[in-house]
Design a protein. Structure first.
Length: 235
């Protein structure tokens, strides 16, 4: 099995939206699962002064700082049964993928698994806070590569995104990715499916890297090891 080793590490996202230098795995979100700095305005562009208004300063008081979302309130709204824990079903109902279809249940399961540190199958408030930032960071990344603001990304936009993360893959492979993660059969990938795609790529690459001790892009594994790598990812 072979792949083209990326030039700057194993596929970390580009150094934007507060992301650290590329030292993470393929497709990882910024700053380790949702701990990135607040995203910049307008997808990385500075907000301009309205026409006819003076710039800040000149004796004017600075504008009040915008507060972040009230995560405690959001958590209580998502926690429908008031158990103090959020289940996969509750989280799926609370998330939006920009369409009228339910949020990808496999993506929800993957994210719950990432943040369920006590292995209860649910997440508490502190775990939810990390997951919320994780989703927000991925949303900003997704919007960056959704060039036409369609709410989904096509093969070329997906290629641009993953190439910037450090992947070096063929057009044929990107066609296969779109076919696999396009649940709507429209030739594009929605936000929730994009997260699943990136997480699966990251997980498989991390498994590959454990065997690629020389960082050569080639590994020699037994049939059972290969099956273990593949079946360790539910997708």
């Amino acid at each position: 099995m072979a792949y083209q080793p990326p030039p700057h590490g194993y596929g970390a996202p580009p150094p934007q939206y507060g992301q650290p230098p590329p030292a993470q795995g393929y497709g990882q979100p910024p700053q380790g699962y949702g701990q990135a700095a607040p995203p910049p305005q307008a997808y990385g562009q500075q907000q301009q002064q309205p026409y006819g208004q003076p710039p800040q300063g000149y004796g004017q008081a600075p504008p009040p700082q915008q507060q972040g979302p009230n995560l405690q309130y959001i958590f209580q709204q998502v926690d429908r049964d008031r158990s103090g824990q959020i289940t996969i079903n509750e989280l799926q109902q609370a998330l939006s993928n920009g369409s009228w279809k339910p949020f990808n249940p496999e993506t929800v399961r993957l994210m719950i698994g990432m943040f369920d540190h006590d292995h209860t199958g649910t997440i508490g408030f502190h775990e939810f806070s990390g997951l919320w930032k994780y989703v927000t960071d991925w949303q900003n990344t997704f919007r960056t590569y959704d060039r036409d603001n369609s709410g989904s990304i096509d093969k070329n936009e997906l290629k641009n995104a993953l190439t910037s993360f450090g992947y070096r893959l063929s057009d044929r492979f990107f066609t296969m990715l779109v076919r696999k993660f396009d649940r709507s059969n429209r030739g594009t990938i929605a936000f929730d499916d994009f997260i699943q795609c990136c997480v699966v790529l990251q997980t498989l690459t991390n498994s590959f890297r454990k065997h690629d001790t020389q960082q050569s892009g080639w590994i020699n594994v037994s049939y059972e090891d290969f099956l273990t790598m593949v079946f360790s990812v539910r997708a």
